[in-house]
Write a protein that binds this ligand. Structure first.
Ligand code: C5P
Length: 220
């Protein structure tokens, strides 16, 4: 079975997807991490971020895998390196490039084949897994998302103001929404889950409830 969890940054997707996968004993696929891994390798190998075809060739050559709770490129664990601000900023042209998205789509379908997977991203329900058994679009208000991120950054010792976090988030949201291919949008048959005021446990409970509803045989 495949469950897709899409939505904007800061809606609580990653933590909910990870917790849900753990609870079900399923695989967890973080597709944002895959775009980040391609970006990291492009910067390291000097592939121009403006060259969509070269980026796609690079993406195709990478063995990206999820193992031991981390993201690997070949034998190398890149889980920490892909989270830096430098990579976050540079992923935009990589994720915008249609040939890269095509390669990533096929790679994601290959990874999920035959498995029970919770997959998380922007286009998982709308493009990559149109036949997923359950599609969820997780949202929260921009203010709540920025507040969560601001708290996380402060806990890590970073000092940007709440206003700066909100503006950067608005720019990223806009980039995700207007992308020509793979734009962030709920699939037509996605269930919208609004996470304002919900704890992570509340969100996971809601997702488990939705899965149970899907599994229950329909009367009539
Ligand atoms: O979710 P995360 O911030 O890790 O995503 C990293 C980048 O990859 C973002 O720019 C996001 O827009 C992009 N992305 C995407 N499609 C996905 C997942 C992430 O374009 N399925």
């Amino acid at each position: 079975m495949i469950i897709t969890l899409d939505g904007p940054a800061g809606a609580g997707k990653s933590s909910a997807a990870r917790a849900l996968a753990r609870r079900l004993g399923w695989c967890y696929m973080d597709t944002g991490a895959m775009y980040r891994a391609v970006t990291l390798m492009a910067l390291e190998r000097g592939v121009s971020l403006d060259d969509a075809l070269a980026l796609a060739v690079l993406a195709e050559s990478l063995a990206i895998a999820f193992r031991d709770g981390g993201v690997f490129v070949g034998d190398r664990d890149v889980s920490i390196e892909i989270r830096t601000e430098r990579i976050t900023a540079a992923t935009r042209p990589v994720a915008d490039a249609p040939p890269v998205r095509e390669v990533m789509k096929r790679m994601q379908q290959r990874i999920a084949k035959g498995l029970d997977v919770v997959t998380e991203g922007r286009d998982q329900g709308s493009v990559v897994f149109p036949h997923a058994e359950l599609k969820v679009f997780l949202t929260a208000s921009p203010e709540e998302r920025a507040l969560r991120r601001h708290r996380e950054e402060r806990a890590r010792g970073a000092a940007s103001s709440l206003d700066a976090v909100l503006s950067a988030q608005n720019r990223r949201d806009e980039g995700d929404r207007v992308r020509a291919v793979g734009a962030m949008k709920p699939a037509d048959d996605a269930v919208l889950v609004e996470t304002d005021g919900l704890t992570q446990d509340d969100v996971v409970e809601r997702l488990v409830q939705l899965i149970e509803e899907r599994r229950r045989p329909r009367s009539s």
